[in-house]
Each structure stands twice: as structure tokens, then as C-alpha cells.
Ligand binder design. Structure first.
Ligand code: ADP
Ligand code: GN1
Ligand code: MG
Length: 379
């Protein structure tokens, strides 16, 4: 790992010659030109843009992070199965499948992925043009659009055969297991960083019981297992730049059986506030109950019809727990030496974790109102 030329992100660098040789393996309909600068702000995969030589069309070329996704073949089976399913739904609804779901570009030999000489696993997608990708919420309208788009996505996958999905990351949103992993990292304290985070450790320990809430509800049969996206950070939804319409849900690597609370919660974590995920100044971090309500209304307008009262209530817990869980994961990575999330500066994961915990504390203060918003008068 090293800083790339712009020192924007600490991520695995890729030489132009490697990128070009990988790009040459895909069926882009002609030769393409590559740019070795990372594209976008994802924390996991290495994302690049390639252009046809005549500049008529561009594509996303991604190296799948195989430290994170250890079965890239199964992962691509999931992505192809899910996008095929979505395409049929979009067509039936009179939509445009070329823009409204990811379109996998095969290699010249007809495979959905390519393995380079070093074992790197690559895939390519059409670039979804004329869209914006929010890193932070600028307007209520856009946030509501993200909510409606994710609710619709959940509906479209309602009848997806969940048993055919590979579990691409084991126990991804198993919050008690994330807690246990934090405890292991803390006990090992490999870089002697625990001394810097005594108040954060105390914060996490005080919430051990909270970590169990959603999985207990699932085990008790109170809420259903669905096919969910599981990584609904707002920058994983593309919005039409001209019309503001929700266009495409991307980053399908973690589509797996899960809870609606996970998808609802991760969007609230990233969107219902006025700060960046990695805001270092905690006085600037504000959970925004109004934006939470905007999102809840949008999400329930498209996904609410099939939800029981208990499932609606679980959404509020999803917001709290996805934020807590993500903070625990950032802090675990900080303790272990920042090997999971791409970082751009020392203590980046620590800043991210602190921001999550500030949000959790503020959510706890208004939790009754959060419950009431998703489940008014327990209706
Ligand atoms: P990561 O798992 O690292 O987050 P993503 O698949 O989310 O990777 O891609 C990173 C970024 O690249 C996205 O946030 C988005 O800005 C951009 N991106 C990914 N796929 C597409 C696409 N098909 N069209 C346009 N932009 C895309
Ligand atoms: C990662 O891939 P990306 O950047 O959309 C992570 C999420 C975290 C998020 C925190 C596969 O999302 O779980 O919530 O970072 N994805 C994976 O920003 O671990
Ligand atoms: Mg992403």
C-alpha cells in the first residue's frame, strides 16, 4: 500500500501498463485508453475509468478487493444473477435497463471477470453517464430520491432466490461478531494504539447489549430476512444529473440475505447529517432528525407496503446499529493498522470512528422520535 500520486487515498497502486493489459482483455467494442488514477470515493475496490480510443464511450474497470472478497467468482455470479433479475423487472416496468442497473462487460473470451498474472481479479461495467453520486446530502429532495430508489431496489429483489446467493463476506452485519472482533483487536493491540482511544473503548463497551438487538429480533421471528444490498452508503446510488431521478443502485458486491434495517440504517448513517463520514472536528457532527424523517418517508413510500409494524420499528434500530457497527469496524481497523478501509491520512479511521460515535450518541437522545417517525402511533 502507498499513497497514490495525488495522495488522495492510500490504496494499492496500479501501473498504467498493468491497467492497459487488463483492459485489453475485455470486450469494450474496440481499443480503449486507460487512466491509472483511481476514480470515485469507494473504500474497498480499485476503480478506474477507461475510454474507447475515439472517446465515444467510457467504462468502469475495477479490481475487486480479494482481501475483502475472497471468492470473486461467486461474487460475480451474484452480481450477474442480481443484475439479470433487475433488468427483467426494469423492462417490465417500462424502464431503461441500460442505465438503471449495472451492465457487466464480458472479457473477449466470454468470462465475467479477468484474472491478471498476479492473481488480481477484475471486472468491467458500462459507465452510467449523466448521473451524480452524492458524497454528502446537499438537498432534501436528493435524499428522498436515494430513499425511494433503495426502497424500490428492495422490492425488485423481493422474489430473488436468496438461497442461490453466495455469502460474499461472512457475517457482514453480524454486529455482535463485529464487537467480538473489536475485542480481539483491542486485546492484541498490535500497534500500541489502544492508549489513544480510552473514551472510544468505553463508549463501545457500554453498548455491548445494543449490538444484539436486530439479530435477536430476527431469531425471534419478529422481522424477516430479505435480499438486501447491505452497503447503502449514499454514494452507491446514482441520480440523474438533469432530472434528479434515482437511476441506478451500484456496488452490488454485498447483495446477500439481510435486514431492511441494514439498508435503511446505512443510508441514515451517511446521509442524515451535515458532515463528512471522516469529519475530524466532532463539534461539526450533527445528526439531523429532519433528514431522517425525509429518508424514512421516501423509503417507506416504496418499501413500506410489505413491512409489519415490528419491521418498521427495526429501521430506527438499524440507523443506530449500522452507525455503531461502522464505528466499531473503523476503530478495529485503526487498532489493526488500517489494512481494511482505504485511508488518506494517519488516524483517518480514528476520525471516522469518532464521527460515527458522535452520531450514535445524538441518535440515542432522540430515539423515541426516531421510532415514532418510522412507526407512527405503532401503526
Ligand atoms: P467500492 O466498493 O470501492 O465503493 P464502487 O463499486 O462503489 O466501489 O465504485 C466506486 C465509485 O465509482 C462509486 O462511488 C461511483 O462514484 C463510481 N462508479 C462505480 N460504478 C459506476 C458506474 N457503473 N457508472 C458510473 N460510476 C460508477
Ligand atoms: C465500505 O465499498 P464502500 O466504500 O461503498 C464498506 C461498508 C462501510 C463503508 C464505510 C464491503 O463501503 O461496509 O459501511 O465502506 N464496504 C465493505 O464508508 O466493507
Ligand atoms: Mg461504493
Amino acid at each position: 500500500m502507498k499513497y497514490n500520486e495525488n495522495e488522495e487515498f492510500m490504496m494499492k497502486s496500479v501501473t498504467l501498463s498493468l491497467l492497459q493489459s487488463v483492459a485489453n482483455a475485455f470486450d469494450f467494442g474496440g481499443p480503449v485508453l486507460c487512466d491509472a488514477h483511481h476514480y470515485g470515493e469507494g473504500h474497498i475496490n480499485d476503480t478506474f475509468v477507461v475510454w474507447r480510443e475515439d472517446h465515444s464511450k467510457r467504462f468502469i474497470l475495477q479490481r475487486i478487493n480479494t482481501d475483502t472478497f475472497t471468492n470473486p467468482v461467486g461474487l460475480m455470479e451474484n452480481v450477474c444473477g442480481v443484475t439479470r433479475h433487475l433488468r427483467a423487472k426494469i423492462l417490465a416496468e417500462g424502464g431503461d435497463p441500460a442505465r438503471e442497473t449495472l451492465n457487466v462487460i464480458p472479457t473477449l473470451s466470454g468470462s465475467t471477470y479477468y484474472l491478471d498474472a498476479d492473481g488480481g481479479a477484475w471486472r468491467a461495467y458500462d459507465f452510467v453517464e449523466d448521473t451524480i453520486c452524492l458524497q454528502q446530502v446537499g438537498s432534501e429532495t436528493d435524499f428522498r430520491t436515494v430513499a425511494e430508489t433503495l426502497g424500490k431496489f428492495q422490492n425488485q429483489l423481493e422474489d430473488y432466490p436468496a438461497s442461490t446467493l453466495h455469502e460474499t463476506i461472512a457475517r457482514f452485519h453480524d454486529t455482535p461478531n463485529r464487537y467480538a472482533n473489536f475485542e480481539k483487536a483491542l486485546a492484541a493491540d498490535a500497534l500500541s494504539r489502544a492508549k489513544n482511544i480510552t473514551s472510544e473503548i468505553e463508549f463501545i463497551h457500554a453498548r455491548e447489549q445494543d449490538c444484539h438487538v436486530l439479530l435477536d429480533q430476527l431469531a425471534a421471528g419478529e422481522i424477516p430476512l430479505r435480499v438486501t444490498h447491505n452497503d447503502t452508503k449514499i454514494n452507491n446510488v446514482l441520480i440523474d444529473a438533469a432530472t434528479g431521478k434515482g437511476i441506478c443502485v451500484i456496488d452490488l458486491d454485498t447483495v446477500m440475505p439481510g435486514l431492511s434495517a441494514y439498508d435503511f440504517g446505512d443510508s441514515i448513517r451517511t446521509g442524515a447529517n451535515d458532515c463528512a463520514e471522516d469529519e475530524p472536528d466532532q463539534s461539526k457532527v450533527h445528526f439531523d432528525l429532519h433528514l431522517y424523517e425525509v429518508f424514512a418517508k421516501g423509503y417507506l413510500s416504496t418499501a413500506g407496503a410489505s413491512m409489519s409494524m415490528a419491521e418498521k420499528k427495526s429501521l430506527a434500530w438499524g440507523a443506530r446499529l449500522m452507525t455503531l457497527e461502522c464505528g466499531i469496524r473503523f476503530l478495529t481497523d485503526y487498532l489493526e493498522g488500517d489494512h481494511y478501509f482505504h485511508i488518506a491520512r494517519p488516524d483517518h479511521n480514528l476520525d471516522r470512528a469518532r464521527t460515527q460515535f458522535t452520531l450514535v450518541r445524538q441518535m440515542e437522545e432522540v430515539f423515541d422520535q426516531m421510532l415514532e417517525i418510522v412507526c407512527p402511533d405503532n401503526r
